[in-house]
Design a protein around this ligand. Structure first.
Ligand code: PLP
Length: 403
C-alpha cells in the first residue's frame, strides 16, 4: 500500500475538520433535536417557484443553463445582482466590481488565497464564524483576536491590536467582520462603531472583509449601513453576499463586491477552483429575482424566524437554571448562550447528545479556543415543538453540570 502520508502538502497539517460539519452527521440520529447547523427552515423553501423556473430555464435556455459559464458569473445574472444591490443597499456597481461565487464559503477561500501567505496577520472577532477561521487557517494565517461586546467587535480593541501590529513593524492583511446578526452571537455593529472601525482600517492601511449573510433577516430595530457603502467606493472594503440564508443554500450561490482590480484577481484564482459557479442555479435565481419573488420570500422567512426566536427565548426563560444567560438578537439565525465559567461546553456536549439535543460548542468560534463556557444555538431549523422540547432537554444537561 502506498504510504501517501509522506506525500501530503503542509495544508493538511494546518487543517482540521469543522466541528459543525462533523456534528451535522449526528443530526440524522432518530429523535435528535439539532440546534447545531446554521440551516434555513426547509419547510419554507420556495419549492414550487424553483420547480417552475428550473423547468422553463432548462427548456428555453439549455445552451446557457446547461453549458459552462463565465467565471465572473453569467452577465444577465450579474445585471440582476447589480440592480438588487442598488435597491437594497443603495450601492452603485459596474460589472467589473462583482464576481459570482459558489456561495460565501468559496468567497472566503478566494479572499484568503488572494491575501494570505503563511504567517500573515489577519484580525478576527472573538468569537467569529468558524468556517472563516477554517479557511484562514488553511492558508496559514496568523490570526489575532479582537474583543467583542453586546454590539459586536470593539473599535477600541481593534485599535489596540492594529497599533501593536504597526509597532512590531508588521501589517494586518485584513480585518474579518460579520457585522449583522453575527454568526455565532447574533450581535450587530451599530453604524457609529462601523465608521470608527473603517477609519482605523484606513489609518493602519488594511482592508475590511465584510461577510453579511444574515443582513436581510431583521426582525426589529434599524437597518445599519454596510461598511462597503460607508466607504463610498474608496476600496477599503470587500463585501460578500450569499443566497444561502435568504433563498436556498443548495444552489451554493453568492457574490463578492469590491474594487475592480481585486475582483479580477479573484476571477483568475476562481478559474482554477471550479471554472464557474453553477450556470443552471444562476439562471434559475435570475428568473426568481426578475419575477420579484425574493423580497416577499424574505418577508415570509423573517416572520417565521422571528417567531422561532421568540419561542426559543421563552423556552430558555422557562427551563434554564439561574446563572445561564443568552443574547437577544434583532435578526439572523443564532443566539449565544453563556453558562457559568466552571462549565466546559465541550465536556458537556456528550450529556446533551445523550439527552438527544445538539448545539455547537462555543470554543469552536474562537481562533484560540480560549473560551469554553458558551454555546451557539440555531433557531431557524427546528420546529416550534422541537424548540420547546430541545431547550427542555438542554436545560436538563446544563442542570446536571451546575453546582
Ligand atoms: C458568517 C458566514 N459566512 C459564510 C457562511 C457560508 O455560507 P454559504 O457558503 O452557504 O454562503 C456562513 C454560513 O453559515 C456564515 O455564517
Amino acid at each position: 500500500m502506498n504510504d501517501f502520508s509522506k506525500l501530503l502538502a503542509k495544508v493538511n497539517e494546518r487543517s482540521k475538520a469543522s466541528v459543525i460539519r462533523e456534528l451535522l452527521k449526528f443530526t440524522n440520529k432518530p429523535g435528535l433535536i439539532s440546534f447545531a447547523g446554521g440551516m434555513p427552515d426547509p419547510s419554507a423553501f420556495p419549492v414550487e417557484d424553483i420547480t417552475h423556473f428550473m423547468s422553463i430555464t432548462v427548456k428555453n435556455n439549455p445552451h446557457i443553463a446547461l453549458q459552462y459559464g463565465q467565471t465572473e458569473g453569467e452577465p444577465s445574472f450579474v445585471k440582476e445582482l447589480i440592480k438588487l444591490v442598488k435597491e437594497e443597499e443603495n450601492i452603485d456597481l459596474t460589472h467589473e466590481q462583482i464576481i459570482v461565487t459558489s456561495a460565501s464559503q468559496q468567497a472566503l477561500d478566494l479572499v484568503s488565497k488572494t491575501f494570505i501567505d503563511a504567517g500573515d496577520i489577519i484580525l478576527v472577532g472573538k468569537p467569529t464564524y468558524l468556517g472563516a477561521l477554517q479557511a484562514f487557517q488553511s492558508y496559514g494565517a496568523n490570526m489575532i483576536g479582537v474583543e467583542s461586546d453586546a454590539n459586536g467587535m470593539l473599535a477600541e480593541s481593534l485599535e489596540i491590536e492594529l497599533e501593536k501590529i504597526q509597532k512590531a513593524g508588521k501589517i494586518c492583511k485584513f480585518i474579518y467582520i460579520v457585522p449583522d446578526f453575527q454568526n455565532p452571537t447574533g450581535t450587530t455593529i451599530p453604524v457609529e462603531r462601523r465608521i470608527k472601525m473603517l477609519e482605523l482600517a484606513k489609518k493602519y492601511g488594511t482592508l475590511i472583509l465584510e461577510d453579511s449573510p444574515y443582513r436581510k433577516i431583521r426582525f426589529k430595530g434599524e437597518h445599519q449601513t454596510t461598511f462597503y457603502a460607508l466607504d463610498k467606493g474608496e476600496s477599503n472594503v470587500i463585501t460578500m453576499f450569499t443566497f444561502s440564508k435568504t433563498f436556498v443554500p443548495g444552489f451554493r450561490l453568492g457574490y463578492i463586491v469590491g474594487h475592480k482590480d481585486l475582483i479580477r484577481r479573484f476571477c483568475i484564482l476562481k478559474q482554477s477552483m471550479d471554472l464557474c459557479s453553477s450556470p443552471v442555479c444562476q439562471a434559475v435565481t435570475m428568473e426568481y429575482l426578475r419575477a420579484g419573488k425574493l423580497q416577499p420570500h424574505v418577508k415570509k422567512i423573517v416572520d417565521i424566524y422571528s417567531k422561532k426566536l421568540d419561542a426559543m427565548i421563552k423556552a430558555l426563560e422557562n427551563y434554564m437554571p439561574k446563572g445561564v444567560s443568552w443574547t437577544h438578537p434583532e435578526g439572523g439565525l443564532f443566539l449565544w448562550v453563556m453558562v457559568p465559567e466552571y462549565i466546559n461546553c465541550t465536556e458537556m456536549l456528550p450529556s446533551a447528545l445523550e439527552q438527544n439535543v445538539a448545539y455547537v460548542i462555543g470554543s469552536a468560534f474562537y481562533h484560540d479556543e480560549s473560551v469554553q463556557n458558551c454555546m451557539r444555538l440555531n433557531f431557524s431549523y427546528a420546529t416550534f415543538e422541537q424548540i420547546d422540547e430541545g431547550i427542555k432537554r438542554l436545560a436538563a444537561a446544563v442542570k446536571a453540570h451546575i453546582k
